[in-house]
Design a protein around this ligand. Structure first.
Ligand SMILES: [Cu+2]
Length: 344
């Protein structure tokens, strides 16, 4: 237990810091209006599987006839159903390779083209109907080529939280469809080319469109194959082209200061870390519940450091002046244990 009367707790070191990366972490915390808030939730943590398999790779996997690899947590039948949904989506949107057909069917250009994603052409009737139908995507993604012709690169879906609820919607078969919700999102306007987190006032100043929440959404790349997964947020095969491994770096919000090493608490687990003497280790809690970083093991504290309760997005920084191996735990969750090796 973290005692309330324990005045030795270094609570002052525990504060919220920007952390996470859109499309790579379940939660993202950003500084908006001078305050660190949750700007993106991808859910639900733990129950979904983040897979880098593209549409064509999933198809190939199914066609090979073998049981899917266990890390997909899907049966062969489920994989078949998912591939069937994606095939339906591709067939149904074939006609939208001609942007004129999309416009005629009510898809409207949202005004901005986002790097590594494309421009959203949203059908407002489909967006708000709360119905998931793989043959009727709520938005289409296009990029404009040098001749200013629109090229179809992807599709996507919205499910308003009003209908789908606060939990991850059931839509595509299996656990691969990592739907996300943006909070305090500013889209369009002159200053920001891509969707950006902002206060309503900041967004107004930029001439953008602000929403407190846009509901659940997902990108589904059945036209330009995505090496970060068919449901990936970003597609490195959509300009500006870049190696897939570089994408997380470019999208991340936690930038450690000089002499700091960043680590995260994610999915109810503490990670091992290795640092040098005189470096500062900074933990950020990426889970939606509080945890602690406490010297000790299996939930039992030993005299030494203790972060106290770290809420979602909160960080805790600790500088190590002595080499050694330190075991740490979470006093709320005894199964969370990690080790810090400090070397000279
Ligand atoms: Cu915990």
């Amino acid at each position: 237990m973290v005692g309330e009367g324990d005045t030795a707790l270094p609570q002052l070191d525990s504060q919220a810091r920007p952390s996470g990366a859109w499309g790579f972490s379940h939660l993202v915390f950003e500084e908006v209006g001078g305050e660190v808030i949750t700007t993106l939730v991808e859910g639900p943590a733990g129950k979904q599987v983040r897979s880098n398999l593209s549409y064509l790779q999933l198809k190939q996997l199914y066609d090979q006839g073998a049981p899917p690899p266990s890390d997909l947590q899907m049966t062969r039948e489920e994989l078949g159903e998912l591939v069937g949904q994606l095939d339906t989506l591709r067939q149904a949107t074939e006609k939208y390779r001609d942007v004129e057909v999309a416009l005629k069917d009510g898809y409207l250009f949202s005004g901005t083209e986002t790097p590594n994603m494309g421009a959203h052409f949203v059908n407002p009737d489909l967006k708000w109907d709360g119905v998931f139908n793989p043959a009727e995507p709520d938005f289409l993604l296009y990029i404009q080529d040098e001749a200013e012709e629109w090229e179809l690169v992807g599709t996507g879906f919205y499910l308003p939280t009003l209908q789908a609820g606060e939990d991850h919607p059931e839509a595509f078969v299996g656990p691969l469809d990592n739907w996300h919700v943006h909070y305090s999102l500013c889209v369009g306007g002159l200053a920001n080319k891509e969707g950006d987190s902002a206060t309503a006032e900041e967004c107004l100043e930029r001439g953008g469109n602000w929403s407190a929440s846009v509901g659940w959404m997902i990108h589904t790349y059945v036209w330009v194959d995505n090496p970060l997964g068919v449901f990936g947020m970003w597609n490195p095969n959509i300009p500006p082209l870049m190696p897939a491994e570089e994408m997380r770096e470019t999208r991340t919000f936690d930038h450690p200061h000089e002499g700091e090493v960043a680590t995260t608490i994610e999915n109810f687990s503490h990670r091992d870390s290795q640092i040098n003497v005189a470096e500062t280790l900074v933990w950020t809690n990426m889970d939606a519940v509080p945890h602690t970083v406490t010297l000790g093991s299996r939930g039992v504290a030993e005299p030494g450091f203790d972060s106290g309760l770290m809420g979602p997005g909160q960080s805790f920084a600790l500088k190590f002046d002595q080499p050694g191996t330190y075991s740490f735990t979470c006093t709320l969750h005894p199964t969370m244990n990690g080790e810090i090796v400090v070397t000279r």
